[in-house]
Design a binder for this molecule. Sequence first.
Ligand code: PHB
Length: 386
Amino acid sequence: MTPTLRLVALAAGLALATGAQAQQAPIKIGLMLPATGTFAALGDMIEKGFKLYVQEQGGKLAGRELQYFRVDDESDPSKAIDNVGKLIKRDNVDVLVGTVHSGVALAMAKAAKESNTLLVIPNAGAGDITGPLCSANIVRSSFSNWQPGYAMGIVAGQKGVKRAMTITWNYAAGAETVKGFTEGLERGGGKVIKDLNLPFPGVEFQALLTEIASQKPDAVYAFFAGGAAVKFVKDYAAAGLSKTIPLYGPGFLTDGTIPAQGEAAQGLLTTSNYADNLDTPRNNAFRKSFALTYKANADVYAVQGYDAAQILAAGLNAVKGDLAKRDQMTSAMRKVVVDSPRGKFTISPAGNPVQDFYLREVKGNYNEFRSVAVKALADPARGCKM
Ligand code: PHB
């Protein structure tokens, strides 16, 4: 062998060795979710759902083990840049998975874009992420905030609501869900007479409930989630409003919260990409597997975590676990038809699920399916240029 040939052979051998090592090393997953605060239970369900799918694949995706790195983001946007930096720079993760709160997720999306880290969002619906900030390396397994709001607006219009009020926190998710509701309602000839709000994660609802009582709208549309949703639904009933003014919301108002809300939640109508009792083989198998593994009932957040893992798996399978084949991987994550417990859905070019929205009613401990409110609803993805 000439010295040049020997060098070529050596280099090829080295490349093979590093390739093989890369195949074997675990994929580093950075889970950035709330473990404390009003959204703590949501973060827990997302993580459980994600890990359930991985467990069902024998603990590996595309033949590779996963190694988890966790950060409690506390749903605090002021700490988001530091928190996501820990996962990207300190832990050097391959994939970011998170989060619940739109303000925190916006910081994650910017950091993911700058560092070209893969990001799968299992909840936060900030419109900008699949709008002006859209990027090939970012995909969402959940919804845009506009989507469930729009679906509820359509339903309220069909029910003849002419004058509605809205109440929520004054941050991106609140403003965007109200925008969706208002657009849907206006299509049916109704209008929003007043938007009420309070700072996140506040729960001082009394003065606002008094204002609702004095304005006497035909209906109220409210977005709160987690611990705050428990208190809001109870306060609304305790103020005597539920007897006279129907309360509507996106599904979050009653997802994972019904046992704590008790009587006050019974009969509430909400719109969501999921209903607990969807009677399909896929949903029944998922709920059974979740209950067996965690001794708890799944909810929409668990489904979105599960589907985040499914979308990631679709990308990894397309490149046989080779993360270096980035373009092929991200395009497979957009092309997948996700076989979700919620029903099959696709992903828009901007990276957001195109999915059915269901009208549900609380009965006992469940959000029961009533009808399809809007079929195959896509976010308008205003401002996404890729
Ligand atoms: C959000 O901030 O985007 C958000 C938070 C909690 C939810 C839904 C959306 O349940």
